[in-house]
Design a protein around this ligand. Structure first.
Ligand SMILES: *Cc1c(COP(=O)(O)O)cnc(C)c1O
Length: 392
């Protein structure tokens, strides 16, 4: 497929060449290695003189197809698939940074990303500073001579704060810093950071890309020269995605556009319902006009996405009773599933942060995050309604 085709078409029609059996859908290539024609071909493959598969840690047709699709959907030159979202985060940092380098990071990032920044990278002398999403003026002052990468998430998890991608893209370019964006919450269907100047986009494929809560996977796409270094690092350190998971992820991308439309439609309806409810203290959703950055969200996102956060009156105790009262919504740690999921970030996904760190990124003690699924919206609201009633 090509750049001239539309998003939906590329998500469906990008396919590795068919085998002589002429299968319509791509088969699963469960093989660790590939047979050489002769000694000369083996030599040329290892010397990178000709394209082709050698060994699945390096490449595999299922991974290639998944990555090619993601490159087209994100508007990226090249990419590699990884075993999880976290291996995408870590590999993109470890491959491009060296001892003495510094990262500038939006304060609200995924819990394990915070652990990598604070507990793992410092072992190799790689430091970071956190910048506040709502204080863009302070970012420039935090840039140091050795700042090599800016890493952000927008919308943030779980506060759903928005960073102006056009502004941050220009800032990174001006200072010649690599801009790395974790786009897992939006997926390329809602937002394409590379079009605003991002150099690298990473994903947890586990979330909306798979979309059915069945797979762990990740992907890194971006500038060719940077991916070349990342590919070298990954080829030898081995965070490769299994062909089976790549097959699932590539298949899942075929329905990404319709799923994101419905996730966003359901989330918007739930947010509007909660906004009117007398037992709700606060509700946040990027496409609600009450969101402090509503106009910015509208500017850079196609739709508001599948995540809604809110605080129930009665604080943390009421929040916990609310979670325990849910009958249909799942109480689990994933997001981006067909099944709606409710989570209490302060005691689960972000429990490793201190209370002060949580407050700084908008994680109030009673905050509840709902990943709005694809069940009928009436049933989702009915369950939330009865849980609000039960927890009074
Ligand atoms: C889940 C998630 C990750 C980590 O992905 P895994 O696939 O669980 O390793 C990273 N960033 C964001 C924004 C996520 O939601």
């Amino acid at each position: 497929m090509s750049k001239s085709k539309k998003f939906e078409t590329n998500a469906i029609r990008t396919q590795v060449p068919r085998t002589p059996l002429r299968e319509h859908s791509v088969p699963l290539y469960m093989t660790s290695s590939f047979v050489f024609d002769d000694a000369e071909q083996a030599r040329a493959l290892f010397a990178d003189e000709i394209p082709g598969n050698i060994y699945t840690r390096f490449s595999n047709p299922n991974n290639t197809e998944f990555v090619e699709k993601m490159c087209l959907l994100e508007g990226a030159e090249d990419g590699i698939a990884t075993a999880s979202g976290m291996s995408a985060v870590f590999t993109s940092m470890a491959a491009l940074l060296k001892s003495g380098d510094h990262l500038l990071v939006s304060r609200s990032v995924f819990g394990s990303t915070h652990q990598i920044l604070t507990m793992i990278l410092p072992k190799w002398g790689i430091t970071h500073s956190y910048a506040d999403i709502d204080k863009p003026k302070e970012w420039e002052a935090l840039i140091q001579k050795n700042t090599k990468m800016i890493f952000i998430e927008t919308p943030s998890n779980p506060a759903l704060d928005i960073i102006d991608l056009e502004w941050i893209g220009a800032l990174a370019k001006e200072h010649n810093i690599i801009l790395n964006v974790d786009n897992a919450f939006s997926t390329p269907y809602l937002q394409q950071p590379i079009s605003f100047g991002a150099d690298i986009v990473i994903h947890s494929g586990t979330k909306f890309l798979d979309g059915q809560g069945r797979t762990i996977g990740g992907v890194i796409v971006g500038r060719k020269d940077l991916i070349k270094d990342i590919r070298f690092f990954a080829r030898h350190s081995g965070p490769s995605l299994s062909p089976f998971n790549a097959w699932i992820l590539s298949k899942s991308l075929e329905t990404l556009s319709v799923r994101m439309e419905r996730h966003s439609e359901n989330a918007m309806k739930l947010a509007q319902y909660l906004e009117k409810h007398s037992e709700i203290e606060m509700v946040k959703y990027p496409f609600l006009t009450s969101h402090p950055q509503y106009h910015l969200a509208k500017k850079q996102m196609k739709l508001g996405g599948g995540i809604v956060t809110f605080v129930v009156k009665g604080g943390i105790d009421r929040g916990r009773t609310f979670l325990n009262s849910l009958q249909m919504l799942s109480h689990t740690a994933n997001l981006g599933d067909t099944r709606s999921i409710a989570t209490h970030p302060a005691s689960t996904t972000h429990s490793k942060l201190s209370e002060a760190e949580r407050v700084a990124v908008g994680i109030l003690p009673g905050l509840i995050r709902i990943s709005v699924g694809l069940e009928h919206i009436d049933d989702i609201i009915a369950d939330v309604e009865q849980a609000l009633e039960q927890s009074k």
